[in-house]
Write a protein that binds this ligand. Sequence first.
Ligand code: SF4
Length: 300
Amino acid sequence: MTGCTLCPRQCGKDRSKEPGACGVGDDLKVGSIVIHRGEEPPLVTGSGSGAVFFSGCPLKCVFCQNKQISHDALGTTITVEDLAQYLLLLQERGCANINLVSPTHYASRIIEAVKRARSAGLHLPVMLNSSGYESIDGLRSWGGLADLYLMDFKYGDNEAGRAFSRVPDYWDRSREAVAFLWKSAGPLRCDDDGRAVSGLIVRHLVLPGMRSNPFSVLDFLAGLSPEIPVSIMSQYNPCFYAGDLPEMHRALSKDEYEVVLERALDLGFTTIFAQETDSAATYVPDFMADTPFGDCRRIL
Ligand code: SF4
């Protein structure tokens, strides 16, 4: 991580000396490790998903619901070997998969931990759960180590990425990333118990006033293939919004959400995951609570 280029920001920082734009240095820092049930159904079959939330983030979304971990980089510093052992522990606890949440800015360390865990008996599918702001080189670096990709596709134009996540090229990078992953990872595959084992799911959180430009996202995905599973999310929570657009200080309306679902149906998507429109709190783990909390069981 000297001259870091792990994400599309390409800031080239020597993270042993100072944090990059992702807010973290070269130590591996974990916000929380939980058994999480708030993901799409094929990802939580059985005991739930073994989620590792990494501290820091290359994006600085003004509505982030994990702000304590992503913006403030709260968390615990662990070694690569510690992480490998936690991955094995999540497997022992019966998790359906290993869910690496915001792994991009630690990719080299995490890859090493996954390799160690694999050689010590880890057989669960490993999932990259990413903001979608990825470089192709970064995704290639995972080689055959990742099986599942849960990719945000936050905005349907670069302007929204600038306004809400403070990066100039979100739409450009996320289109490249999704196209690459669709080609390399392909459709979602599940085992006989309905548990996801490989492939791609793309998520889009609809913002109030359609500020995320959802039609543009769906049109692009349908152009690649309507077989891409899309997860259309309604869980925007205005409590976390730190900007000054009046429209963003309210929840998404039922009508706004349904018109996006209808567009996805009209475009012929074969797999659509949807949420209840009053789901803002349901899917958000409370990282500061004692165990057990909400729909999660906390391990670290
Ligand atoms: S991972 Fe962090 S330090 Fe590396 S290029 Fe991205 S923002 Fe910069």
